[in-house]
Write a protein that binds this ligand. Structure first.
Ligand code: FES
Length: 383
C-alpha cells in the first residue's frame, strides 16, 4: 500500500493503461437487445477520423498500452478498419477485433490478416437460426456468422466465439456448445448478460433464474470434462451475472487501473459504461492522453480507496473488489460513490434481491424487449 493511503494506482503514479478499447463507431447492422452501448447513442453520431484514431494509438502506446481491441457498434462498418489495424500493428499493439461477423468477407479477413491483426472474436446470439436472427434483427445474420467463423479459422486464426446468454437461450446451452464443437472452436465465451446499456433497459426480460444458471453451469462443466477426456482443445469459459453474487466484481480491475476506452467521438472513459455518470469526461480532441490518464478529474475520481464511504472504507475485501462497479452503483442507487449493491453489505442490496425475485416470478417474452437501434435511441432521448 502507498504511504498516502492509496493503492499503487494512485493520483501520483497511475499504472499504464495496458488495455485500450477503441469503440470505433456506434453504427451497427444488428439490434441486439442486450447491447452494452449507451441507450442514447443516437446523440453522438460524430466519429474520430482515421488520423485522429492513429494519433490516439500512438499516444496510448507511449503511455504503455499493449493490447488494442477494435469494437463498436460494429467496427467493420468503418471502411478504414484495415488501415487502423495496420497502424496499430506497426506500433506493436496486440490487436483484437470484436465483431458480429456481419460485414466480414473472406477477402476482408485476408486483408486484416495481412495488416497484422492478431485475433478475431465473433459473437453469436443463439445456436438456433430463428432465435439468433430474431435477436439480431437480421434474417441473414446466422448464416453469415457461421460462414465467417469458418473463414476466420481457415485463415489460421484460432476460432474465438462469444455467446451472450440470457433467459431466452441459456436453456439451449447444450446446443450452443454442440455448435461450437461442430465449428471447431478453440475458445468459447458463454457470457451471461451483464446489465448495462440496452441490457439494463431489458433486464426483466433477460435475467435468467438461479435455476437456469445452475443448470447451465452444470451442463458446461459436464462438457468440459467430456472435452478434456477426448483431449479436445476447445476451452469453455462460463461467465455468471453478478446479480447472483453476494460480493461485487472488481470492475475493470479498479477504476483507471488498466482499462482505457475511447468512444466513437473521442470521449475517454475508464470503462465502457461511464458516460452515463454525472462526470465531465475529457475528449482526445482537446486533451492529450497523458493528461487524460494521469491528471484528469474523471480518471482520478475513483482511483485508490480515499473516495470510499462505508461500508467499503472499512471493508477487509476492498483491495480485492474496489467496492465493485461504479456504473452499477450509479444505475441502481443513484450515486456512483455507493458500494455496488451486488454486495450483501450494501444497504441497497435489496434492489438486487428484487431483480432476482422478478426473474423468478414474472418472465417477460421476447416481444417485450426493446431492440437497440437508432430509432429507439431517439425515442429514448426524447423521453
Ligand atoms: Fe463502469 Fe463497472 S462498468 S465501473
Amino acid at each position: 500500500m502507498h504511504a498516502s493511503g492509496l493503492n499503487p494506482v494512485s493520483r501520483d503514479q497511475p499504472s499504464p493503461p495496458l488495455w485500450l478499447l477503441a469503440e470505433l463507431t456506434y453504427r451497427c447492422p444488428l439490434q441486439c437487445p442486450y447491447c452494452s452501448n449507451p441507450v442514447d447513442f443516437a446523440r453522438s453520431s460524430e466519429e474520430l477520423s482515421t488520423a485522429q484514431w492513429i494519433d490516439v494509438f500512438k499516444q496510448a502506446r507511449a503511455l504503455g498500452a499493449a493490447q488494442l481491441g477494435f469494437s463498436g457498434g460494429e467496427p467493420l462498418v468503418r471502411q478504414d478498419l484495415t488501415e487502423l489495424v495496420q497502424a496499430a500493428c506497426d506500433l506493436g499493439f496486440y490487436t483484437n477485433l470484436i465483431t458480429s461477423g456481419v460485414g466480414l468477407t473472406k477477402m476482408r479477413v485476408a486483408e486484416l490478416s495481412e495488416a497484422g491483426l492478431d485475433h478475431i472474436q465473433i459473437s453469436f446470439q443463439a445456436a438456433d437460426e430463428t432465435v439468433n436472427n430474431m435477436l439480431a434483427g437480421s434474417r441473414k445474420a446466422f448464416a453469415q456468422k457461421l460462414a465467417m467463423a469458418r473463414a476466420v479459422k481457415a485463415h489460421g486464426y484460432p476460432m474465438v466465439l462469444n455467446f451472450v446468454t440470457h433467459r431466452h437461450n441459456i436453456d439451449q446451452i447444450d446446443h450452443i456448445i454442440e455448435l461450437c464443437i461442430e465449428l471447431d472452436a478453440d475458445f468459447v465465451e458463454l457470457a451471461t448478460c451483464q446489465f448495462y446499456g440496452w441490457a439494463k433497459l431489458n433486464r426483466a426480460a433477460l435475467l435468467p433464474t438461479r435455476e437456469q444458471l445452475t443448470r447451465a453451469e452444470a451442463v458446461t462443466q459436464h462438457w468440459r470434462q467430456k472435452l478434456a477426456a477426448q483431449n479436445h482443445p476447445c476451452k469453455l469459459i462460463f461467465v455468471t451475472p453478478d446479480y447472483y453474487e453476494e460480493r461485487p466484481k472488481a470492475c475493470m480491475n479498479g477504476w483507471g487501473s488498466l482499462f482505457l476506452d475511447i468512444t466513437p467521438d473521442g470521449t475517454a472513459l475508464p470503462c465502457h459504461s461511464a458516460r452515463q455518470l454525472p462526470i465531465d469526461f475529457p475528449n482526445v480532441k482537446t486533451h492529450s492522453l497523458q493528461y487524460i490518464w494521469q491528471e484528469s478529474f474523471g480518471f482520478n475520481k475513483y482511483r485508490g480507496f480515499a473516495w470510499m464511504p462505508e461500508p467499503c472504507r472499512s471493508c477487509a475485501e476492498k483491495e480485492q473488489d474496489f467496492g465493485g462497479c461504479r456504473c452499477q452503483a450509479y444505475m441502481l442507487t443513484g450515486n456512483a460513490d455507493n458500494a455496488d449493491p451486488v454486495c450483501s453489505k450494501s444497504k441497497h442490496h435489496e434492489v438486487i434481491l428484487a431483480a432476482r425475485e422478478t426473474a423468478q416470478q414474472a418472465p417477460l417474452g421476447l416481444d417485450n424487449m426493446v431492440f437497440r437501434n437508432e430509432k429507439m435511441s431517439n425515442i429514448i432521448i426524447k423521453g
